[in-house]
Each structure stands twice: as structure tokens, then as C-alpha cells.
Design a protein around this ligand. Sequence first.
Ligand SMILES: C[S@@+](CC[C@H](N)C(=O)[O-])C[C@H]1O[C@@H](n2cnc3c(N)ncnc32)[C@H](O)[C@@H]1O
Length: 189
Amino acid sequence: MDFAKLFSSYPKVIVELGMGDGRLLESLAKNDTRSLYVGIELSKEQCEQARSILDLENVLILQSSFEDIVPAFPDSSADRFIAILPDPAYIDEKKQDVWKPFYRIVHAKIKKNGTFQLVTEMTDKLLRPVSDGDYARWSEWLAASFSSIGFVTDWHEGAPAGYSSRCLDQFRGDPERIRMTTLDMKKSF
Ligand SMILES: C[S@@+](CC[C@H](N)C(=O)[O-])C[C@H]1O[C@@H](n2cnc3c(N)ncnc32)[C@H](O)[C@@H]1O
């Protein structure tokens, strides 16, 4: 696919990594019809579900690994990336040597002053409530990890109020044992 040609025909390009069943993409894209929304999802079943609810001209669904698709984007071509509750392989503290190179590629694909919003969750190994101390240490670690990639990073507890996704809606039901953090990141150069 010629991403350079496609992206240049829209004023803004927003990419969702691991979009699941597409319900967040749908709610964002239908209120912003001038922008192109690209959802990338590995699971065939999730993509089929997304296609069944998404009938918008400004949405492109790609069934593939984002590790294969994102490197094919031109550098500095996307306005915003979104990742809601990525699998542990793409955020776990012990696997950062594996996932950091991918987010460096994401950084390269974002335009100057473009943004990356990532929502992730912390749980206790024994599924006890997460303490404030553990939660703050982990959130600071997350923010520092993305700052080291080159993002200007802010974080706050919880997920954006207007967002709904299959996993978000499920996790919101257990806020003491599943503590979520939103990282709002900007590429400043
Ligand atoms: C925990 S789910 C979250 C789904 C959705 N964002 C939500 O909030 O409901 C993670 C999603 O990422 C997808 N995924 C995992 N690795 C992926 C990859 N390398 N490329 C594309 N999608 C991937 C999974 O198939 C799954 O749908």
C-alpha cells in the first residue's frame, strides 16, 4: 500500500495500534470525518467485528502486526498514535528491551508536535488491590521509559473519560485491583 500517497490526501492521520473490535476507532472517526483513521489489529476475528460496525470512508482497517505495518509509513507522517491497553509484550516492565525499539519507530513516524496516547494497566501478581506507592512508582517508570525514547510525557491515573473499548469497559469494573494510567506524549522535534 502506498501510505505516502494515502496519508498526504488527508489533513490529519490518526493510527490506533491493536484496536480490538474497533469501537473506539468508530467513535473517534465518525466525529472527525476529515481525518484518516487507521486501525491495526492482528486478530482476524477482531478485524471482522470492527468491519461489521465500521462503515466510514475515513477508516482503514489493516489486519496485520503493527510491527510490520508501522515501519512502512513515511517518517513524520502521522499526527497521532493511540494504544489502548496493549498486550504485555508491548509494555511489560521486564520486556522493555523488546518493545522499546518498536516505540522508537512510532516516534519516528509522528509529525513534529504530533502525539501518542497510551493507556495501560497495573495489577498485583496476587490480584490484591494495587497500593498507591506501587502505582506511583510504576507510573513514574512508564513516563521515564517513554521520555527516554524522546517523547515529552505526562501521565495521569485512569483512562480518558470519553473512551470506550472492550477491555477498558471491563477494567473499569475493578478499579482497585486494575489501576490504569494514561500517558499523553508529544514529539517536540
Ligand atoms: C488487550 S487487547 C486491547 C484491545 C483494544 N485496544 C481494547 O482496548 O479493547 C490487545 C489487542 O492488541 C492486539 N495485538 C497484539 N499484538 C499485536 C500486534 N503485534 N499487531 C497488531 N495487534 C496486536 C491483540 O490482538 C488485541 O486485540
